[in-house]
Write a protein that binds this ligand. Structure first.
Ligand code: GLA
Length: 729
């Protein structure tokens, strides 16, 4: 391979680098992805030596010469795994042999590769951008260059890939279901593929936010790890593949892209398909390093919210569909008393919506429930200086709605004539999806929502999507998830353009639409419908691998959780909801004064800590004997706060010393224990003698905290405490 190399290109940022080598024919080879090698691309000898160092041997019964792993690997390159581009033209195989390859790289942060295959009549444009935090975004655009007389180019898949080193032997991905999103699962990385796909038409409760490959036993603070995330809310695939012969000079690949159904993308003359951005992250110091890079990447995006995240009261678990004015008025007034800054009126305000069987699609305020419209309610919220939010589910329709009755043909799914039954697909929460690829259906939702937004002037929409899309085909029977996802994105953007400043929360039966595609248009996700604070510990811990805390909705729910049947005390409920975009989802108008004072104490504490929580570095400790901790350290390391949580009883009577990494070893910190509800002291079991620092505080250096540790108190199961560390002097 070295003798055909013409130039070496390097992207570098955040201590990592992508090194590509141009070749006389075909796409550039990926020579290196990972820790920055300090390569000077102007030093021809150093480049040649690097290329030579990785040239693989040629074993028996394989290609006659080493072959390269390219940016979009295919059979012509020698790659026998899942191809970068899977396509055909009218049944003719498209196995590209790329020529006229041009690499444009004006700086060491981005490059564009352009190439074409004249025989297959396909052109390619690949964009790679590596930011200062070491997050690499790859996006491929495929264009059919054939004339109109040729059959269209059927694109079945476009994957972005990076190589994996042989030391990557263990995999981590996430799975879940309603009320139990994003739980980790680990397995060894062996030969073959590990594929995580979603065919749900939305990101999915079980979607893996990241697919991670790393050195054996990698954890939050150690191990060399690589991760991939597909920034897309429709069908998608995350993939690791390892073959016996490796991947060029590398051991395997990590890859991601949109999952396309047969026939979903058919490119006519001059038409293009652009893959969603696929993000890759490498870190030598474990999952916290990966998470921190992603958090900084996300925080640097122009669309990231910059204002303090308003403490929210959501009406759902407080009143459900009971939109009784007096009850809601009392709730609003109580919310103001405890310091809430935004009140969201959840499901139940629009035409006929007395339960979840009716009304979706009719985005008109129901005069039967709100005879004076929503104006007085919104005014009451605003009179307290709070913002107003409204729940909507724009992509859905109940068959029992005016719109579905008037336009049964707007329901997404096989035409009734084709199967002789009602429009749509197998019902789910008694609802169907609206086919937003139809201009009439799209305009209907846009215009009705636009009217409500103009009349009520909410600051915020909670935008739900309560079912998977199955058999998602348009009226002509064409697969529609790709276009439906684009239409949903367009609708969000259009409404935000018409109503500047409008924030949107991405909800999908809780956390089934959590990805950086939707988060390019939304300012928060509803992390899970599960407000059980103990379950939330795991859900949030793993969601925060991708999302910084300020994007995750975290609410204090009622004592008795309706989704798990478990009762939990206020302390853990407040602790679990403290770090994210915090809120309350509970009828606090029925609380007694003592309880209200604690809720108000929690709100005040959150507001005090919010600037730290929503800008700092997230750190996590592994679970040990039924307990774990997680925290946030300020970028300048002068301030930190952590939550120590006892999930279950432990085998050890004495919990032991907790070591806290991430602080400045040379500084001293005032360490104090805090109650999450603002009480003077954490409410810990009184019958035992707790470590003296719990009552008196202590001053310790960052080095002592990292290397020796701090004695944890005895804590009852399903409870915890906060520890605040403030640099002294
Ligand atoms: C979904 C959401 C909930 C709530 C209900 C309302 O389940 O996830 O938070 O808004 O819809 O119907």
């Amino acid at each position: 391979m070295t003798d055909t190399t013409t130039a070496v290109h390097q992207l570098r940022g955040g201590g990592v680098a992508l090194v590509l080598a141009e070749r006389a024919d075909g796409l550039p080879e990926i020579v290196h992805w990972g820790a920055d090698l300090g390569l000077d691309t102007a030093d021809a000898d150093a480049c040649a030596a690097l290329l030579a160092a990785g040239v693989a041997p040629v074993p028996h019964s394989t290609f006659d010469a080493p072959w390269p792993l390219t940016l979009l690997p295919g059979e012509a390159d020698g790659w026998s795994g899942r191809p970068g581009l899977a396509a055909h033209r009218g049944g003719r195989a498209v196995l590209p042999r790329w020529s006229d390859v041009r690499v444009d790289s004006s700086d060491d942060r981005s490059l564009v590769v352009e190439a074409r295959d004249p025989a297959a009549e396909v052109a390619l444009r690949s964009e790679c951008v590596l930011d200062e935090h070491g997050v690499l975004a790859v996006r491929h655009t495929v264009t059919s260059t054939a004339g109109g007389e040729e059959p269209p180019l059927d694109v079945a898949g476009v994957l972005a890939v990076v190589p994996l080193p042989p030391s990557a032997t263990e995999l981590l991905d996430l799975t879940g279901r309603w009320c139990r999103e994003r739980h980790p699962q680990r397995l060894p990385l062996r030969h073959g593929g590990r594929v995580r796909e979603s065919r749900r038409g939305r990101t999915g409760h079980d979607a893996t936010l990241l697919l991670v490959a790393g050195t054996a036993g990698f954890g939050f603070a150690d191990g060399e790890v690589d991760a991939v995330h597909v920034a897309w809310s429709g069908d998608h695939v995350h993939l690791v593949e390892r073959l016996p012969e490796g991947a060029g000079r590398h051991a395997g690949v990590l890859a991601g892209g949109e999952l396309l159904r047969p026939g979903e993308v058919r490119l006519g003359a001059g038409e293009s398909y652009a893959s969603p951005p696929v993000l890759f992250v490498h870190d030598d110091a474990g999952l916290d390093g990966v998470g921190d890079r992603l958090h900084r990447h996300v925080r640097a995006r122009p669309e990231h919210p910059r204002s303090p995240r308003p403490v929210t009261l959501n009406s759902w678990e407080a009143v459900y569909f009971d939109h009784d004015h007096d009850r809601l008025a009392a709730l609003v007034d109580t919310a103001a008393r405890v310091g809430v800054e935004r009140v969201v009126l959840d499901d139940g305000w629009f035409l006929g919506r007395r339960d979840d069987s009716r009304g979706l699609g009719d985005w008109v305020v129901d005069p039967a429930v709100w005879p004076a419209d929503l104006g007085p309610f919104a005014d009451r919220v605003r009179s307290h200086g709070m913002q107003v939010g409204l729940w909507v589910e724009p992509e859905m329709v109940n068959p029992d709605s005016d719109v579905a009755r008037a336009h049964p043909d707007w329901v997404l799914g096989p035409a009734p004539a084709s199967h002789g039954s009602a429009p749509g697909t197998r019902p789910w929460r008694r609802q169907q999806a609206l086919d937003l690829t139809q201009p009439g259906a799209y305009a209907h939702v846009r215009d009705q929502l636009d009217r409500v937004l103009s009349d009520v002037r909410p600051d915020y929409l909670k935008w739900d999507h309560n079912r998977d899309l199955h058999e998602a085909v348009d009226a002509q029977g064409r697969p529609a998830v790709h276009r439906q996802t684009q239409a949903a994105y367009r609708l969000m953007t259009e409404l935000q353009e018409r109503h500047p400043g409008l924030e949107i929360e991405s909800c999908a039966s809780g956390g089934a639409r959590v990805d950086l595609g939707v988060l390019a248009r939304t300012q928060r996700v509803w992390t899970s419908d599960c407000n059980d604070a103990l379950e939330r510990q795991t859900i949030q811990r793993w969601t925060s691998l991708l999302l910084p805390p300020e994007l995750m909705g975290t609410h204090v729910g009622p004592e008795h959780s309706h989704t798990t049947g478990r009762s939990l005390g206020l302390s853990l409920r407040c602790l679990s909801a403290l770090f994210g975009h915090a809120g309350i989802e509970w009828d606090i108008s029925r609380c007694d004064e003592a309880e209200l004072a604690r809720v108000a104490g929690w709100v005040a504490l959150h507001k005090r800590l919010r600037p730290l929580l929503h800008t700092g570095r997230t750190v996590r400790g592994e679970e040990h004997d039924g307990a774990w901790w997680h925290g946030v350290v300020a970028p300048d390391r002068t301030h930190a706060v952590l939550a120590y949580v006892r999930l279950t009883t432990g085998a050890d009577a004495v919990p032991g010393l907790l070591r806290l990494p991430g602080l400045d070893p040379g500084r001293r910190y005032a360490v104090r224990a805090l109650d999450p509800t603002g009480l003077e002291r954490p409410q810990l079991p009184r019958a035992v003698v707790q470590p003296p620092w719990i009552a008196d505080g202590v001053e310790l250096s960052g080095r002592v905290l990292a290397r020796h540790g701090l004695a944890m108190p005895v804590v009852d199961p399903a409870d915890g405490l906060l520890v605040e560390l403030t640099a002294v002097g």
